[in-house]
Design a protein around this ligand. Structure first.
Ligand code: ZN
Ligand code: ZN
Ligand code: FE
Length: 760
């Protein structure tokens, strides 16, 4: 060995961000080799540490390339460089990781098939030609197959597959794209797809067989990354209608999968922001305006102007879509409100009455994970369901927690959140906890995350609702400090926190309902506060909720309650509802709204939208919460410039009240004049947007802030969100709206975590 060149430079660099489990060390290795640098790289608790030594220009180029050429799934947030004395190193090595490192950092989200793997999938000369499970360090399953930590093959659902020599050689070679790719597999050694049912028994190419069935109009249950889907051709009227009827009472729109971006453009109108979301490695379902003439069966999304479209995210999907001859419906594999099936025996049993055939495989799914859902509002992404592809990526907390914590979320769109220091792991969408299977997923999910991220919660945050099962779970945790968090404060905090802010701000927080500080059902709230506390600056006028939960399922009841509030007792049955509601039921509900019998007070904005939707003649009953409001938004005539009045009145307690009785009277007058529902919907949206902006401006002035947050499930409504934000900005306020954390109750757990962390 010769001595080190006199001019050699040696540095150490610490790289922070998403740099573990994403092929960062082999990337550093290849880069060092390319530039003829010696040294080493290894993982530690905070990320990646490395030392390189060699010609100073090469070291400079190395540092520049570290962030610029990082692997696709990596995100370099910070590089700290220190000068060292040269040691004469010529070789470069990947060193073993420190024991006791942060195990969680190694588990990343499932990621869509990369371009290199796709090329192999379609290359007849490649040994993975048409192999439905091709993956590499830059793509493939992660979170859904992880059983425990460290993230190593034996602790994934790939444990049962021993790598063949060819795969093992790739896995061991730092120069190979599959170096340490835990799910690495090939047709000789990896998982296999099988087609069950359908005519002709098991075919040789299961995916081609399934595609042929789909072309013929069959419904096929397809095992995916996070669970089973039910698939059929999107343009096949009978198949889609059969799927809808076999799924029972199911009104929710079906998601679609298009073969590629061009196929997506034939279904929906896409802006660059939509296309960026569609092609992101997370591959969410993206809601976008249905394209005129899109060849989609009527039963796909009845009554809606938008379609939910996604692109293939696994090699199996790529093969299926290429063979199916057109876009597919790809909806969750369940019956009505049950959770999506993900265990094979369970799926075969539950989906047998729905599916004509099953496309299955033998790689188990460890964690049930639904498709994520997003839309675009004001040119920014708005995640509505945060799950497959996005979980378990960590979110930052604006105030680090002194002790590890767990936040238990709400109940209907349930999620949980674990946090340690300034990092928070918001769990996957779990769903309605009142379902026994879902509740089990909730408790198992928490235990799984505690192990993955080595968090032993000492603080547990929960909703104030005494009957939420998430609250009951929190109260049963022993030896922890409990922090009760008001529901709408949590919505406000979630939005502040995802934007890295601790407050102060005002917030218009509109949702179905949440438990108020005074024990009543809140839901149309104007709050002023920060992560540590809040004041209720104003709210929607309280009206009766006749029949409690029944009023959620039957929006006509809210129309009746608002008419009683606006026009007095014994309101006439509006013409729009006349055929649908028997007069004696209308009168009974009107009496409940007058007397308050079995009709608690609520300030819910979601229920006001229901009432107006019912008055517009949209629907008298719904099969899921918010359905009427979604259809009301879809209906609105965007060219209508008018707005109803929605005045701001002072209440005796110093708060102000949005008096929607005036609005309802104007709706009635419009009905008498024969205005169209499209015009009425537009005028109503403008009324709420204008009143909200005015209320926020007033609350902001009183609170001495110029920042306004818009959140809560009602702000999934793009029309309302964009109008309100535009009016707020015109009045000089800066607007924070949810982007990565859902505005609905899927974001509550993260908001609770941010508040509990800030409470010390
Ligand atoms: Zn790949
Ligand atoms: Zn192999
Ligand atoms: Fe809520």
């Amino acid at each position: 060995m010769s001595a080190a060149p006199v001019a050699a430079r040696r540095i150490s660099a610490r790289v922070e961000g998403v740099v573990q489990g994403v092929g960062f060390r082999p990337f550093v290795f290849r880069l060092a080799e390319e530039l003829a640098l010696g040294g080493f790289v290894r993982n530690d608790t905070r990320g990646v540490v490395l030392e390189v030594e060699g010609e100073p220009g090469a070291v400079e180029r190395f540092l520049a390339a570290l962030a610029e050429r990082a692997p696709p799934l990596a995100r370099v947030e910070r590089v700290t460089v220190r000068e060292l004395a040269p040691e004469g190193a010529r070789d470069f090595a990947i060193a073993h990781s420190d024991a006791g490192g942060a195990p969680g950092a190694l588990v990343s989200a499932d990621s869509a098939t990369c371009a290199d793997c796709l090329a192999e999938l379609h290359d007849p000369a490649d040994r993975r030609y048409r192999y439905p499970f091709v993956n590499c360090t830059n793509c493939g399953p992660r979170f859904t197959i992880v059983r425990g930590v460290p993230y190593d093959r034996p602790l994934t659902t790939m444990a049962g597959f021993a790598m063949c020599p060819a795969c093992q050689a790739e896995y061991d070679d730092p120069r190979d794209r599959r170096f340490h790719a835990q799910p690495n597999a090939c047709p000789a050694c990896g998982p296999r797809a099988r087609l069950l049912g359908g005519a002709g028994g098991e075919s040789v190419d299961a995916v081609a067989g399934a595609a042929a069935l789909l072309r013929d109009g069959a419904i096929v249950a397809v095992k995916g990354l996070g669970g089973y889907h039910l698939a059929c051709r999107a343009d096949h009227e009978e198949a889609v209608a059969a799927l809808r009827s076999r799924k029972h009472r199911e009104d929710r729109p079906f998601a679609l999968m298009a073969r590629d971006l061009a196929g997506g453009r034939e279904l929906v109108e896409l802006t660059p922001a939509h296309e960026e979301l569609l092609t992101s490695p997370a591959r969410p379902i993206v809601l976008a305006a249905r394209r005129a003439g899109a060849r989609v069966a009527g039963a796909v999304a009845p009554g809606l102007g938008e379609l939910g479209v996604m692109l293939p995210y696994s090699p199996l999907h790529h093969l299926l879509l290429a063979g199916a001859g057109g876009p597919l419906v790809l909806t969750s594999g369940n019956v009505s409100d049950e959770p999506i099936a993900f265990r094979d025996e369970d799926a075969l049993e539950r989906l047998a009455p729905i599916a004509d055939a099953f496309l299955v495989h033998d790689r188990p799914i460890h964690t049930r994970t639904d498709d994520s859902v997003a839309r675009v509002a004001a040119g920014r992404p708005l995640v509505l369901r945060r799950s497959r592809g996005l979980v378990p990526e960590a979110l930052a907390l604006p105030v680090a927690c002194a002790r590890p914590l767990l936040a238990c979320g709400a109940e209907l769109k349930s999620t949980f959140c674990l946090a340690k220091g300034a990092r928070a792991w918001l769990g996957h969408h779990i769903g309605d906890l009142r379902n026994a299977d879902t509740l089990a997923s909730f408790t198992e999910g928490i235990a799984h995350f505690e192990a993955l991220f080595a968090v032993a919660p000492e603080v547990v945050a929960h909703d104030l609702h005494p009957e939420y099962l998430s609250t009951a779970y929190a109260l049963e945790r022993e030896g922890v400090r409990l922090v009760g968090v008001q529901h709408h404060h949590a919505h406000l905090a979630a939005c502040l926190a995802e934007h890295g802010q601790a407050g102060p701000a005002v917030g218009a927080i509109y949702d179905g309902t949440g438990h108020g500080s005074d024990g009543t059902a809140w839901g149309g709230e104007l709050l002023a506060g920060d992560l540590r506390g809040f004041e209720r600056a104003g709210h929607l006028l309280a009206v009766r909720l006749p029949g409690g939960d029944r009023a959620v399922r039957e929006p006509w009841r809210m129309a009746c309650a608002w008419l009683v509030a606006a026009c007095g007792p014994e309101p006439a049955l509006p013409r729009m509802l006349a055929g649908a509601i028997p007069p004696e039921r209308w009168e009974a509900v009107a009496r409940m709204a007058e007397t308050g019998f079995a009709a608690p007070l609520t300030t819910s904005m979601g229920r006001l939208f229901d009432a107006v939707a019912a008055l517009c003649g949209l629907r008298t009953t719904v099969s899921y919460e918010g359905q009427a409001a979604i259809e009301l938004e879809a209906l609105a005539d965007a060219t209508e410039p008018g707005a109803y009045a929605l005045p701001l009145e002072d209440a005796p307690d110093g708060a102000f009240v949005l008096d929607a009785r005036v609005t309802i009277r104007e709706v009635l007058a419009d009905l008498e004049r024969g205005a169209t529902p499209a015009v009425m919907s537009a005028r109503f949206h403008r009324a709420v947007a204008g009143a909200t902006a005015g209320a926020c401006a007033r609350a902001a002035e009183a609170a001495g802030t110029d920042r306004a947050v818009l959140s809560g499930g009602v702000f999934q409504n793009r029309l309302l969100l964009e109008r309100t934000a535009a009016e707020l900005e015109a009045s000089g306020l800066s607007v924070l709206a949810p982007e990565r954390v859902p505005p609905n109750d899927g974001g509550i757990a993260y908001g609770q975590a941010a508040i509990a962390a800030a409470s010390g």
